[in-house]
Design a protein around this ligand. Structure first.
Ligand SMILES: O=C(O)C(=O)CO
Length: 310
């Protein structure tokens, strides 16, 4: 069915998206919000964030597709009530998230974080290469992304554990579920990779108490949302030497202000929310499928449950 799709993102390219959709479905017109006249003519929206001024004027939307696996950047409370919202899960996004997690884990595992600092300090300090058996990795969040990261790390030879709110069986991964098993999970690893959805239950889950319960020398990789981590607590635990380092792709404020304390801590590497890549060529078929479902009144793929928050 022909239709008109609103596009809004400050990081994705509207021309590339228009071309990718047109190549598959010439009857679909994608219009960037800056060029959008007649808001009531739009059927569907493809968004990283809503346009300034919100979606109120776009009264006839039948579905909204996030341009990310996460949806918190959309601020659910500001979206039109009753319009279904979908997360974006596609092979390119998953692969780029897996690549990022593996790179960050290896960087800490092989001590590149320390060697980078030693290089700048003109120091040569030999260390015997470590064994993976001594570097178990714990994954917070075992959805599509967490599951793929856990399996890849396991294939690479790391002992892997995972925690999710409800049990998610995964081959070869030591599983922990729910609040009762969280302390045992925190004791089970040396590197912790967070890919949880941000909800009222997971906000601030990496805090003084939980990171303090991790084995001394643990490292944190956060590629979920900035709201998962209490930043002042991480800074304090790094200064105290309990947490050895962190690789953070997401912060509570993005872009981070130039005076953010993490910029002064050599143990912390900040990347500018680049972990997951969205490629129009890869994701366009999923967007089209969800457009067609929305127009037919069918449930969207990767539909967000507003009560659950993801
Ligand atoms: O897909 C998302 O939500 C991301 O934040 C990717 O990094």
């Amino acid at each position: 069915m022909a239709g008109k799709i609103l596009f809004s993102s400050d990081i994705d390219d509207p021309a590339a998206w228009a071309a990718a959709l047109r190549a598959l479905r010439p009857d679909l017109e994608l219009v960037d919000w800056r060029a959008a006249a007649e808001p009531e003519a739009f059927d569907f929206a493809l968004l990283w964030k809503p346009p300034p001024g919100g979606l109120g004027p776009y009264r006839n939307l039948k579905g909204i597709q996030s341009l990310g696996a996460g949806i918190n950047q959309l601020d659910l409370g500001t979206l039109p009530p009753g319009v279904p919202l979908a997360r974006l899960i596609d092979p390119h996004l998953t692969e780029t998230m897996v690549d990022y997690a593996v790179t960050a884990v290896y960087r800490h595992f092989r001590g590149f974080d320390r060697f980078e600092r030693q290089t700048r300090a003109r120091r040569w300090a030999y260390e015997a290469p470590p064994a993976k058996a001594d570097f178990p990795v714990g994954i917070l969040g075992l959805g599509v992304l967490g599951g793929a990261i856990a399996q890849r790390l396991r294939t690479l030879g790391f002992p892997v554990s995972g925690w999710s709110r409800s049990p998610r069986p995964l081959d070869g991964i030591t599983l922990f579920a729910g609040p009762d098993e969280f302390p045992a999970f925190l004791a089970s690893a040396r590197a912790f990779v967070c890919v949880l959805a941000l909800t009222e239950h997971t906000a601030g889950i990496l805090n003084r108490e939980t990171m303090g319960a991790m084995p001394p020398g643990s490292v944190i990789v956060n590629m979920g949302r900035g709201g998962h981590l209490v930043e002042a607590d991480l800074a304090a635990l790094v200064r105290a030497g309990h947490i050895a380092g962190a690789t953070l792709d997401v912060l509570s404020q993005e872009p981070a202000p130039a005076d953010h304390p993490f910029y002064d801590l050599p143990e912390i590497l900040v990347t500018p929310h680049v972990a997951g890549g969205i490629a129009p060529g890869s994701a366009a078929p999923i967007v089209i499928e969800n457009f067609d479902r929305a127009m037919a009144g069918k449930p969207l793929l990767n539909l967000v449950d507003p009560a659950r928050g993801y």
